[in-house]
Ligand binder design. Structure first.
Ligand SMILES: NC(=O)C1=CN([C@@H]2O[C@H](COP(=O)(O)OP(=O)(O)OC[C@H]3O[C@@H](n4cnc5c(N)ncnc54)[C@H](OP(=O)(O)O)[C@@H]3O)[C@@H](O)[C@H]2O)C=CC1
Ligand SMILES: CC(=O)N[C@@H](CCC(=O)OP(=O)(O)O)C(=O)O
Length: 346
């Protein structure tokens, strides 16, 4: 068994890691680190964990972490992991960051979109972008993983097969994203208050979402050309789930059947991406509580657009699940270890 520490103990990402790691064959949660509630037991915040966690939460202390754990998951807000990961530089500890700290190659881009000082260039260069299905081989050899954002996971898995195979142009890609409220984390705000979100759909961060440069960075690299997508986000009254509906100009005449075949071939070795049959589209409930990304496709001959719908659970494939998937690959274990659960339905 390898030992895990989770930083950001009282957050949603942390408790999703605890839930998923509970059945993992090779990993056990040894330390839960909380900067605000160290010394307390996590069940004082989350009673549903009663009986599953023994030790109280601890304060961050790098020496004991290096001595006692093999993998550290950072489930912390942007700005934290970039300060803490360098402390593990001289150790063998593997670091997996769920925040956006190490996702953007350009320091200027991070500073612009996150409004914080960027990580040092050496750290950015060391981190492997853990969009597992796409960067499988790079993840296997990584020591530091930058786990993708939830929207980029859904949008990129939906777009990359078509872009890489030149079925679509890079002209004007529109990504219309919708997310559940747990995407905003545990701390309530005025805009995540029940009476604001219930029976309401709210566009937010229009033109300034931090996932815009992340999506554009990956697509531009794949296309070999600068891509500027239009990406919008909407908060919807659900606890979990995220879906992107994507519109992209077709580069050639092609049928929906042929696009579906191409996507199925592209992802044939990747069981967590499921391509819907013709005429079928994913819903967020199809993937609820699971590490799946379900994708539906339609060639709209009338407008010459490929329409892609890509659904994930923001806390699983969008965060903790993909982080564990990456840990599995980094350690040579079965990729689905700890992630084998059937989605929860209804
Ligand atoms: N929620 C989601 O769907 C997704 C989240 N992410 C990213 O994953 C990370 C964690 O998200 P999530 O768990 O939802 O967020 P939460 O806000 O629920 O939890 C983050 C936790 O980090 C800790 N924390 C807060 N501020 C600091 C600080 N200054 N220094 C150290 N620790 C701090 C707190 O725990 P404590 O006080 O116990 O230390 C807090 O509960 C974020 O970067 C988020 O953007 C990525 C994809 C999806
Ligand atoms: C509802 C809501 O606010 N969702 C968050 C989800 C993104 C996130 O978790 O941030 P990272 O970039 O660190 O992955 C958002 O749209 O900003």
């Amino acid at each position: 068994m390898k030992n895990v520490a989770i930083i950001g103990g009282t957050g949603y990402g942390a408790i999703e890691l605890i839930r998923l790691l509970h059945t993992h064959k090779h990993l056990q949660v040894k330390k839960i680190i909380s900067h605000s509630q160290f010394g307390e037991h996590i069940t004082s915040v989350y009673p549903h964990l009663t009986g599953f966690v023994e030790e109280p939460m601890e304060e961050f202390e790098v020496t004991s972490l290096i001595e006692e754990v093999d993998i550290v998951f950072f489930a912390t807000p942007a700005g934290v992991a970039k300060e803490l990961i360098p402390k593990f530089a001289d150790s063998t500890v593997q670091c997996i960051d769920l925040s956006g700290d190490l996702r953007l190659h350009s320091k200027e881009a991070y500073e612009k979109w996150y409004g914080k000082q960027a990580a040092p260039k050496e750290l950015l260069n060391q981190a492997v972008y853990g969009l597992t299905e796409i960067y499988h081989e790079q993840v296997k050899g990584a020591k530091i993983i930058s786990n993708p954002g939830c929207f980029p996971t859904s949008a990129l898995l939906g777009l990359i097969p078509a872009l890489e195979n030149k079925i679509i142009t890079s002209n004007h890609i529109v990504i219309d994203g919708k997310t559940a409220v747990s995407g905003a984390g545990r701390t309530p705000t005025a805009s995540t208050h029940f009476s604001d979100t219930n029976e309401n759909i709210t566009p937010y961060k229009i033109g300034k979402h931090q996932h815009i440069p992340e999506i554009d960075q990956v697509l531009s690299k794949i296309a070999g050309d600068a891509i500027n997508t239009t990406f919008t986000t909407h908060l919807i009254p659900m606890t979990r789930g995220l879906i992107c509906t994507i519109y992209a100009e077709l580069a050639k005449e092609i049928s929906t059947e042929a696009v579906i075949d191409l996507y199925r071939t592209y992802y044939e070795k990747h069981r967590f991406v499921r391509i819907k049959e013709i005429g079928a589209f994913p819903t967020t409930k199809d993937v609820y509580g699971s590490n799946y990304c379900d994708i539906g496709l339609h060639v709209d001959e009338r407008t010459n657009q490929l329409i892609i719908a890509s659904a994930i659970d923001n806390l699983v494939k969008g965060a903790a699940g993909q982080a564990i998937q990456n840990a599995n690959l980094m350690n040579g274990w079965e990729e689905a270890e700890g992630l084998d659960a059937i989605p929860i339905f209804p």
